[in-house]
Design a protein around this ligand. Structure first.
Ligand SMILES: [Fe+2]
Ligand SMILES: [Fe+2]
Length: 271
């Protein structure tokens, strides 16, 4: 018999701990369905600051240091698949990252949970779209090694929603906005129009995810009486977060809530 889940935080945690990608995607979609159907409660209470070191994920891909990753030279079939695999891995982690926000940041309003449930379901659909492209190339998720940088940042920001919003959506997901046009150009060059179409969908949705992170980051800063744009730079220093790689996707970042002044600052480099 299916266990009854009464609140949105436990439901998100249950989905977060699922290892199997197909089942996790289904759970993320079901969570959005149940939220819309109003069958889940939002609890009032404090945040759960304990990091989850081992979220649900399949036994493969093998996690390795970033330097040990397979070559992604797109000219070869293996390199083409490795590039799509890297994107699938990002999307898989992004499902867990969004679910983790719903699970732990219980002091946040219902609208915060609504937003991150929506993100989790979109990330699940991104994962499915990219995995279908991998299958078309004769591969699947787990066939290449991957690194754990995204989840590491989740663990490092588990105790503070303001830091999480700054460093995950507003740093890591925003870097995805910058990287996408270059990846699209590579895929177009080798004639993989199906993957280009998938990345067009992902880029459109990811602007929305960064915008959600931006909204809640600025909201947290306002409630704590902090200058959001100054705090952002301080957090990037404190966490030694990766600086955006040029060229910035200015149009996408502006649409997601970055100010022109911030983009000018980021374009100048770390110092
Ligand atoms: Fe995504
Ligand atoms: Fe995303």
């Amino acid at each position: 018999m299916r266990r009854m889940i009464r609140n949105v935080h436990d439901a998100a945690l249950a989905a977060l701990m699922i290892d199997d990608p197909v089942a996790k995607c289904a759970a993320a979609a079901a969570l959005r369905h149940d939220w819309i159907a109003r069958t889940l409660d939002v609890l009032e209470g404090g945040d759960d600051a304990r990091a989850i070191a081992e979220p649900g994920r399949p036994s493969r891909p093998q996690l390795v240091a970033p330097q040990a990753l397979s070559s992604r030279h797109i000219g070869s079939r293996e390199g083409h698949a490795a590039l799509l695999h890297a994107i699938a891995h990002i999307e898989f982690n992004a499902i867990n990252l969004a679910l983790d926000c719903v699970h732990r940041f219980r002091s946040m309003p219902a609208a915060f949970h609504r937003d991150w449930i929506h993100v989790a379901a979109e990330e699940a659909s991104h994962f499915e779209l990219v995995q279908a492209r991998l299958h078309a190339l004769g591969h699947g998720y787990g066939d290449f090694s991957a690194h754990n940088g995204l989840w590491d940042m989740a663990c490092r920001t588990a105790d503070d929603v303001l830091s999480r919003m700054a460093l995950v959506p507003r740093v890591l997901e925003a870097r995805g906005l910058d990287a996408t046009p270059m990846i699209v150009a590579k895929l177009r060059r080798i004639g993989d129009d199906e993957s280009v179409a998938v990345l067009d969908v992902i880029l459109r949705d990811e602007v929305g995810h960064v915008a959600i992170g931006d909204y809640w980051f600025r909201d947290c800063c306002a409630r704590r009486g902090l200058d959001a744009e100054a705090v952002y730079l301080e957090l990037m220093e404190r966490f030694n977060a990766p600086w955006p790689q040029a060229p910035l996707h200015r149009e996408a970042r502006l649409a997601a809530g970055f100010s022109a002044a911030e983009l000018d600052r980021l374009a100048r480099g770390r110092r």
